[in-house]
Design a protein around this ligand. Structure first.
Ligand code: DX5
Ligand code: ZN
Length: 216
């Protein structure tokens, strides 16, 4: 089975965004990953609704939005109306996580929960039956182009076991420092979906890189 590749638009050429989205349309990627940052939850600001709207208008692939923002509940209906398929919130940003997950589902989207590198995967145990996606951050969120944190592999292994034992259909996504060198090892460890920013958009041949990762 092919790996789900979700190129992160954060590393695209914002001056030629439509061109880069068209490239993804022609590629072997399964989703388009949108890193939304508010400068509060993470020390960086990326883009918001007008840019997501533009991407949605051009993309033929499902949109996978990763909210690195506080108070994500306030924006669930906006992302739903823009046509986002997967909406992922951070566990660390949600006081009433179960309520947030229910609201994402009620808005017609699939729900994901992301955890930072310091957050133990055990904290996902009580929501595994409710969510569609568990996102393991393999860098501290906020910036593209960082180095993969090796300890993330153990987190994936543990999470895979938890998901399989619970009977949940939840997918595991990994985000940060993913490249052609580590994707096969991570797929073997149990990752289903791979976010890749700089390794795709910094590649001399992004289509080839996406295809390689999808089949690794
Ligand atoms: C980090 C973002 C990532 C990032 C991945 O805060 O969530 O999606 O853009 O970028 P690379 O693949 O360059 O590590
Ligand atoms: Zn992301």
């Amino acid at each position: 089975m092919k790996n789900i590749i979700a190129p992160s638009v954060l590393s695209a050429d914002f001056g030629n965004l439509a061109r880069d989205i068209e490239m993804l349309n022609e590629s072997d990627c399964s989703w388009v990953h949108l890193d939304v940052m508010d400068g509060v939850f993470v020390p960086n600001i990326s883009f918001g609704m007008p840019v997501v709207k533009h991407i949605a208008a051009h993309s033929k692939k499902p949109l996978d939005a990763h909210l690195m923002i506080v108070n994500p509940d306030n924006y669930i209906s906006s992302f739903a109306s823009l046509g986002v398929t997967y909406l992922t919130v951070h566990l660390e940003a949600c006081t009433h996580l179960e309520r947030t997950i229910s609201a994402i589902h009620a808005a017609g989207m699939k729900a994901g929960v992301a955890i930072n590198p310091h957050t133990n995967v055990c904290l996902l145990e009580d929501v595994l039956g409710e969510i569609d996606l568990a996102l393991v951050m393999s860098v501290n969120p906020g910036f593209g182009g960082q180095k993969f944190i090796p300890r993330s592999v153990d987190k994936v292994r543990k999470l895979r076991q938890m998901i399989d034992e619970s009977g949940s259909k939840c997918l595991i996504e990994i985000d940060g420092g993913i490249n052609e060198e580590n994707v096969a090892m991570l797929a073997a460890t149990g990752v289903d979906a791979f976010v890749a920013g700089s390794s795709v958009f910094g590649s001399p041949d992004p289509l080839k890189t996406i295809s390689f990762m999808a089949n690794a």
